[in-house]
Ligand binder design. Structure first.
Ligand code: PEP
Ligand code: MN
Length: 338
């Protein structure tokens, strides 16, 4: 913390602030500048009650130097974190594409989609067995049966599995099947869930909440990291804005911001980020260009019959085109696609 005094502050006011800092159990370090004094503060563990200092006579500003997160901060960990899952690495030069349906609907549906996305070059299959739906009357997912279908997809197509854990009760069962545990936008600030997935030791795909700031996203990641789980992948999936032409506004500026302030990998979800299948391809191009470490894309072989998010699912043919374009863009951006 740094206390900046007014230019007009007198020595008594400076020493009054120093006394208050000592009373708070910290150490003041007054630094007389050419036209004003600043007081550095050490010995504060985490955030302190700066209001006690702000109200004192002669104080102009209190600046917090320590951030409310640490393990997620690039200052603390300057190198990029590489998240290793099975035989893949997220956050390295390889641009990682995760694709599949919104929901696991049946074995046939998953096999039809998995075959095509695997052939096109996706390394991770996505699909929700437990679905967090806005309406309680919408399809809620196949639950345990869905997990067993995902296990068969993994076996048959040599794809890794990312699937969502919606609550603390089912985390362990989901973790038995998933290679990567997804925490959805609606649960980004479900702290008991974050702690529990942190304790599973499975990599975690943490989606940005629909109205979350990037500080809040990094603090949510901090919960997982604080449990000793270092394998966290962030996901920009769009935020709610006034725009009506899309379901959400995919905030691709999140990618360079996160890259600058954190060492964690970040991927983009142009499907939920826009809610429109015609936007998925153009925004995938933008995502790789802006430095995202990969994509999470919804693909359905019969989007018109999908039980959830059909309007944003692209077909396997369009996914082929997407992969082809990513392959052509990757070398320009120093990325590889296997
Ligand atoms: C999903 O990935 O299917 C999903 C529900 O995403 P989000 O949490 O971003 O809405
Ligand atoms: Mn979905």
């Amino acid at each position: 913390m740094l206390i900046v005094m007014e230019r007009t502050a007198n020595p008594e006011q400076v020493s009054r602030v120093c006394d208050e800092i000592k009373k708070m159990g910290m150490t003041p370090h007054p630094m007389a500048g050419e036209d004003r004094t600043a007081i550095g503060v050490t010995g504060n563990n985490g955030r302190t009650d700066s209001d006690r200092l702000k109200v004192l006579a002669g104080v102009r500003e209190v600046i917090h130097v320590t951030k409310p997160y640490k393990l997620a901060d690039r200052e603390y960990h300057p190198e990029d974190t590489l998240v290793r899952v099975g035989d893949i690495t997220i956050g390295g030069p390889e641009f990682m594409v995760m694709a599949g349906p919104c929901s696991v609907e049946s074995r046939d549906q998953c096999f039809a989609i998995a075959e095509r996305v695997a052939k096109a070059g996706a390394r991770v299959f996505r699909g929700g067995a437990f679905k967090p739906r806005t309406s309680p009357y919408s399809f809620q997912g196949l639950g345990h049966e869905g997990l067993s279908i995902l296990a068969q997809v993994k076996e048959q197509f040599n794809l890794l599995i990312v699937t969502e854990a919606v609550d603390t009760d089912t985390v362990d069962q989901v973790a038995d099947c998933a290679d990567i545990l997804q925490v959805g936008a609606r649960n980004m600030q479900n702290y008991s869930l974050l702690k529990k997935v942190g304790r599973t030791r499975k990599p975690v795909l943490l989606k940005r909440g629909m109205s979350a700031t990037l500080q809040e996203l990094l603090m949510a990641a901090e919960y997982v990291l604080a449990e000793g789980n270092e394998r966290v992948i962030l996901c920009e999936r769009g935020v709610r804005t006034f725009a009506e032409h899309t379901r959400n506004t995919l905030d691709l500026s999140a990618v360079p911001y996160v890259k600058r302030h954190s060492h964690l990998p970040i991927i983009a979800d142009p499907s939920h980020g826009t809610g429109r299948r015609d936007q998925v391809l153009p925004l995938s191009r933008a995502a790789i260009a802006v430095g995202a470490d990969g994509l999470l894309v919804e693909v359905h072989h019969e989007p018109g019959r999908a039980l959830s998010d059909g309007f944003q699912a692209i077909t396997p043919d369009v996914f082929d085109q997407l992969m082809d374009e990513m392959r052509r863009l990757a070398p320009v951006l120093n990325r590889t696609i296997v």
